[in-house]
Unconditional design. Structure first.
Length: 65
């Protein structure tokens, strides 16, 4: 295989690798954004559940008394 053909093949491999890595990077960025959104939603739901638990807790105690 002549040197010119090797250089062309290497250039093609570099391009394919760069495109693949850019695609993976974009997908990872999207996954991180979704994970951050899910974390925020879970924190909000946890705060709501905690508030509901606090507001409901005295009722059974009051009824028992």
């Amino acid at each position: 295989m002549p040197d010119g053909e090797i250089a062309l093949e290497l250039a093609e491999l570099r391009r394919a690798l760069a495109v693949g890595l850019a695609r993976i990077d974009g997908q990872l960025t999207l996954l991180v954004q979704r994970s951050d959104q899910i974390d925020k939603t879970v924190e909000e739901l946890d705060a709501r559940v905690t508030a509901l638990e606090r507001s409901r807790w005295p009722l059974p105690t009051t009824a028992a008394l």
